[in-house]
Design a protein around this ligand. Sequence first.
Ligand SMILES: [Zn+2]
Length: 497
Amino acid sequence: VISAFRKVYLTWPDNQKYAPKSLYMMAKLYRELYGYSGKRQDLREAIERYEVLFERFPKSALADDALYHAANLYWRMGQKEKARSYWARIVLDYEGTDFYKPAINKLGRKRVRQLKAQAKEKTRGSDSNAGKRPTVTAIRHWSEKDYTRVVIDVSKNVHYHQGYLKEDPKRRLPKRLYLDLVPARIAKGLKRRIVIADGLLKAVRIAQYDRDTVRVVFDLGKTSKTKIFNLEGPFRIVVDAFGARYSTRPLCPPPKGKLTLAQQLGLCVRTIVVDAGHGGKDPGAIGPTGLKEKDVALKVAKLLKKELERRLDAKVILTRSSDRFLPLEERTAIANAKKADLFVSVHCNAAPNRRLKGVETYFLNFALDEEAMRVAALENATGNKRIGDIKNILSKIMKNTKVEESKRLAHFVQKGLVNSLKKRYSGIRDHGVKQAPFFVLIGARMPSILAEISFISNRKEERRLRSPKYLEAIARGIADGIEEYIKETELVAQKGL
Ligand SMILES: [Zn+2]
């Protein structure tokens, strides 16, 4: 029965009605299962479904139910602080719902009074219109030599346009890039000026330009090129600034003297970024017996790093080496900042049809078929409809993306993966190379791919994904593909083609 609801959830992961309902039913069934089995794992499974429900669908009528039940289960597991924090959320955010009074009873009147007083203190003086308008909630940045990425977090989709302002020596202002967000406001307490001073950008400033417009100004230093795009779920605007010397070398320089094969290959590809999908609060897809995509991806990424370092004279950087949450834009920011020559993101596939299994490798482009679209929606954590919107973004930024190189890399990696797995395992299905608009690949400056190493939603493949031997075969396969890709690149370079 649980799998039937999982199917519903996987089919409509963003449907405001079906998704919360199916999560709720899954959680309820796990809770009941615990009644028979007494296994703590069943409790944890139930809690996880409740948590996904109220985190992803906070406005659902079931959100307060989910919070309340999750709190009770934590209480039963002895995690009392966690339980109290969930009851507190009901008291603060779900006043008047079914579980408002029960939550108050659980916490006790005294604690509730304290909570409310604290909350009042926090929101005192804040705009009563808060929440209606898109609000700029944060400005984040990463900077390295020759590359800076700034991300503007906005509470919801907002229109924006850009412009440049000339240097103004009289007012001692440098050349500036500005973004106007309309209509928008600035969250209370947001720092109005962020000093970056990394050579490319001096500072980022934000102000309410007029009643409806928020203006973000970038005081430019030695920036020679900027690139602006937005991502969704949650909405954010990404601004990349590049220095004049920022360029990814297209092909390998001709070798000088006698080099080992590994050194020769290292001429073409000096830095590879390996990205383990998901992490932390984002588990990715979850298999029929509870295996999480984030854990599999991390294991494979670590094995792949080892494998590549053994074979190539290249530096291999992991975007994450522990179970932590990393926004998609930070992953490519790392690759861009490190001037990586290749970017490889590792994921597990999942589908409502549990019979589906096999291996496929993606590169960034417009999706060509429904299935590719569905996979992209899953990985982007957005709905299918939203995917249509990003076509605009894509056409804006695709010009500088290495589509052809990415496609070539994807072909080699797919071939390597399938061959490596077929050597030891039966029934390996080869779905080939596909293209789709993956957020995690958008804005990457180097050939970049996303490997869906197996279907975690398929019972047999989930079992295999638990086996270290299988994961090693996958890592070897991806490394084979990368090595072949580099060899061919080098051959082309030597022939001077
Ligand atoms: Zn994934």
